[in-house]
Design a protein around this ligand. Sequence first.
Ligand code: BTN
Length: 352
Amino acid sequence: MTGRSSTCLAILAELKRRCHETVSGNELAAALGISRTAVWKHIRTLQSRGYQIESQRKRGYRLKAWSHSLRPEEVIPLLRTRCFGRTYEYHETIESTNDRAMDLARTGAPHGTVVVAEEQTAGRGRLRRPWVSLRGLGLYLSVILRPELPPRYGHETTLTASLALARSLRDLYGLPARIKWPNDILISGKKVAGILTEMHSDPDRIQFVVVGVGVNVLHSSMDLPSDTLYPATSLALERERLGAQPSGEEPWAWSRPHVLAGFLNTWEELDEIYMAQGLQALREDLIAVSAVIGKVVRVQVSERILEGVARDLTDRGALVLDMEGGRRETVWVGDILHLREVQQDAPEPSSS
Ligand code: BTN
């Protein structure tokens, strides 16, 4: 980091810390050991980057609005991680963060590398669906993981990421987020986030996994796609609807950099548990926040469509389905096309 940008960061940190007051140029200059003119130049730089800083003659400067920018200077100071986000690549616009992360991983980018964009022009979802990625509204990120595991365990990284996202939204924002196995996050039955995992492996060992995550953060209902399998929602819409409160008091807690950092902090913690103890250590949590366990689900598994009651998750994250006629199926990879409550008056498939 250059001296110039680290001074900008220090000024920003001070204005954030004292966000309810006007901070004089003299105070900033004395605290940083620079001249008032230098302070003014740094403020101009910050303003040109989109920070709304009010400048009052003779009084000083006040940060008026929280930045939603995902630039490294906004996100990295909020991280409590060892690896996740310590290599951080930021793009104003990109075709797809997953494509970029796959390229970086092929050339040796380390475990925990994060690629973030303000906008994607060719964002991809599962089953070749497009992922609409409007500028400045959502989180569009991909994380490179290098678990030392056989390829058959690759799907478990998706479940770990889903649990981290659901848990960070629940714990930090009080939102009732649930996992629609294995890769969607729902709030009150509407999709707020999706995960697309891509993997490169040798026959017996994963080389790398790229976990791409799209979260609807600031979208109004007009910004959300209407032609999706599940109705979509955003954190902003759910916050307003549910009157949810973040755990702290800070007014910037709902900003995109905070949502991203909270997620990465939680994810690294869970990834470490997963790598040390395996997915069974997360199984109970996965079941507790599942949107599907106990529901009737219709699942697409390659060319087949299965319908049954989602009864359980195995230690390795597979979905256990009780089908009509008492047959039991274990599904390792699939897409849930539909889910509904079990009707009390209808005979349930046997659970034996
Ligand atoms: C889905 O729900 O089908 C998965 C959506 C995944 C979207 C994210 S946005 C960041 C990353 N880059 C992409 O092109 N896709 C993923």
